[in-house]
Design a protein around this ligand. Structure first.
Ligand SMILES: [Zn+2]
Length: 145
């Protein structure tokens, strides 16, 4: 989805963007006026992937908004687990959910090694069964606030 990001340092912070901005998004200063070599922007592989294309994975995204252009590094995050078809199961104050959209910008961690084909075939039924369990009632959800 996002092949790469640009990372640069400015005003004492590491800043990640899709391209080099004219102004620093943190302080508003000229982003390119006085870069030293060690502060020069570098291109890095993007850790952001479409969670709906990640099979059998742990996926993480901001609770509100998106990682790119909106996330400030301190807002709440939300997690889910994807099925073999990219359906994301997650839990919040209204209970468990299955989403086919909304997890397009995630950090993903595969949960099933590729050589465990037998588990891949059972993954969706386990996920469906687990998400229907009694302990996922909305009243048990704790937001941490
Ligand atoms: Zn700055």
């Amino acid at each position: 989805m996002y092949d790469s990001l640009v990372k640069f340092s400015h005003c004492g912070q590491d800043i990640y963007c899709q391209s080099v901005p004219q102004q620093c998004p943190v302080c508003g200063g000229a982003a390119v006026s006085s870069w030293r070599l060690e502060e020069a922007p570098v291109t890095i592989p993007s850790p952001i992937v479409n969670g709906h294309t990640q099979r059998c994975s742990f996926v993480l995204k901001p609770t509100r908004g998106h990682f790119l252009g909106e996330y400030d590094g301190s807002a709440d995050l939300h997690v889910g687990i994807s099925s073999s078809t990219g359906m994301v199961y997650h839990y919040n104050e209204s209970g468990t959910h299955k989403d086919s959209v909304g997890w397009e910008q995630t950090v993903s961690v595969p949960l099933v090694p590729a050589h465990h084909y037998s588990l891949l075939h059972q993954w969706d039924s386990y996920l469906e069964e687990f998400s229907a369990a009694d302990h996922w009632h909305p009243h048990r959800y704790l937001s941490g606030k």
